[in-house]
Design a binder for this molecule. Structure first.
Ligand code: 5CA
Ligand code: ZN
Length: 415
């Protein structure tokens, strides 16, 4: 599939610091990429993309901005970034929505993916080099399911094919949950623990045999469509291989999605490490609940843009929250962000200011420390206060402020 256009990233003086993040699977801080594997200077990231049945809301935007920061910090540290993202362009929620509204499911998916591209472009989110749809990957996914079956890791229930979690010795290492919690979460998040004929209630679907009124594809498994987790495993293995650096998504993907994805990969390759580090983004809420398409408590990026909100203010409003802390959206966040943006822009337009060399190092230091974007924003606020207050004689400093805000935070100050 087409990705979206890349924003320009200014070059900054010097080199950024190595990124450290908290690995969500172990709870321990760690450098990413692992210094032991950094040899070729490439950093690899797979981020779970949208299920395109509705517009991008601020929760999605928060997640994709987090990985945008990862990419920016990596680039600033001199790494080449290989970034892959999927779009779940065939799945139950998409088909359900199309059925409810009478729209063709493919048209719905195409329209929402196009809107997502426009939102990401407006927010200056760095695009994945490879933006891959589930639909265009169906033959590859079917082949992976066939391999899992050939390895004895899959079994049939009626004409559907399930993965046996018992086939993977590493199963459970990603989310580290008790079995009862797994059963509960799999029921909430697309699984079917109550279906009779399964070996373990949490075993996930690999291939769903064709049903009346549902799209299906011919395959060695018979006509049908792929299960959700094996889609992401297939796309990640195809474009990044085992042991890539960061697997990203919201905390709601830890189980079952990332757990199952890793398990499929372990069995397929015989290797123990699917992703080196899991980065899971906390949930943005509205009215006391997680913002979600199924609950309908949404604030859409596109609606804010239509009403004239500067996308850079949306960006700043999101960056003012740390990616590992759940938070709730209030319109006041936008007012505060718009004020901050105006003040930063005035500072970037000054003829001279105090040196910004120390600021550059401070922002680099905050972001390299588990993506502390609120800390980076606070450092810039302090410098901007000084620039507006005591002032300074460095004529290059306002330009450096604009460059570092753009390169490291994706916030464009030049208008
Ligand atoms: N297509 C699958 C991943 S393969 C999916 O989860 N799609 S989604 O459209 O439901 O979500 C897209 C991304 O946004 C996921 O990483 C999800 O974890 C994240 N996300 C969804 N809701 C929120 C929220 N309220 N706050 C933060 N991130 C969210
Ligand atoms: Zn995924």
């Amino acid at each position: 599939m087409r990705s979206w256009p890349a924003p320009e990233v200014p070059r900054l003086p010097g080199t950024g610091r190595p990124l450290h993040v908290l690995d969500a699977s172990t709870g321990a801080p760690r450098p990413t990429p692992d210094p032991a594997s950094i040899g070729e200077g490439v950093a690899r990231m797979y981020v779970c993309g949208i299920t395109p049945y509705d517009a991008t809301h601020l929760g999605h935007a928060f997640t994709y901005l987090t990985f945008d920061l990862v990419g920016r910090v990596w680039r600033d540290a001199g790494l080449e970034v290989r970034y892959v993202q999927n779009a779940t362009d065939v799945d139950d929620p998409l088909l359900d929505r199309a059925r409810e509204t009478g729209e063709d499911w493919q048209e719905l998916a195409e329209r929402e993916i196009e809107l997502f591209r426009a939102d990401m472009t407006a927010l200056r989110v760095l695009p994945p080099e490879r933006y891959i749809g589930a639909v265009e990957s169906v033959p590859l996914i079917a082949e992976r399911v066939r391999e899992l079956r050939a390895k004895g890791a899959a079994y049939d229930v009626d004409d559907d094919v399930y993965f046996s979690v018992a086939a993977d010795r590493g199963f459970g290492e990603v989310a580290r949950l008790e079995h009862a919690a797994m059963v509960e979460l799999s029921a909430e998040r697309g699984g079917d623990p109550d279906r009779t004929g399964k070996k373990d209630p949490v075993d996930p679907l690999l291939w769903r045999a064709a049903r009346q009124g549902e799209p299906s594809w011919e395959s060695p498994l018979g006509p049908g469509r792929p299960g959700w987790h094996v889609e992401c495993t297939t796309i990640a293995l195809e474009h990044l291989g085992m042991g890539f650096d960061v697997q990203g998504g919201g905390t709601d993907l830890a189980f079952p999605h990332h757990e199952m994805g890793a398990s499929h990969a372990h069995v397929l390759t015989g290797e123990p490490v699917f992703a080196d580090t899991y980065v899971h983004v906390a949930m943005v809420g509205l009215d006391g609940e997680k913002m979600s398409k199924s609950r309908g408590n949404l604030v859409f990026v596109s609606k804010l843009r239509e009403s004239g909100t500067d996308p850079m203010a949306i960006r700043l409003a999101l960056l003012d929250h740390h990616y590992r802390t759940d938070w709730e959206w209030f319109d006041a966040h936008l007012t505060r962000a718009a004020d901050r943006l105006a003040r930063w822009r005035e500072a970037a337009a000054l003829g001279s200011a105090p040196s910004a060399d120390g600021l550059l190092e401070a922002v680099r230091e905050r972001l390299a420390d588990d993506l502390d974007s609120p800390g980076a924003l606070a450092a810039i606020d302090r410098w901007v206060d000084q620039a507006h207050g005591v002032g300074g004689s460095d004529t290059a400093a306002p330009g450096l402020l604009a460059d570092l805000a753009d390169a490291l935070l994706g916030v464009r100050l030049r208008v």
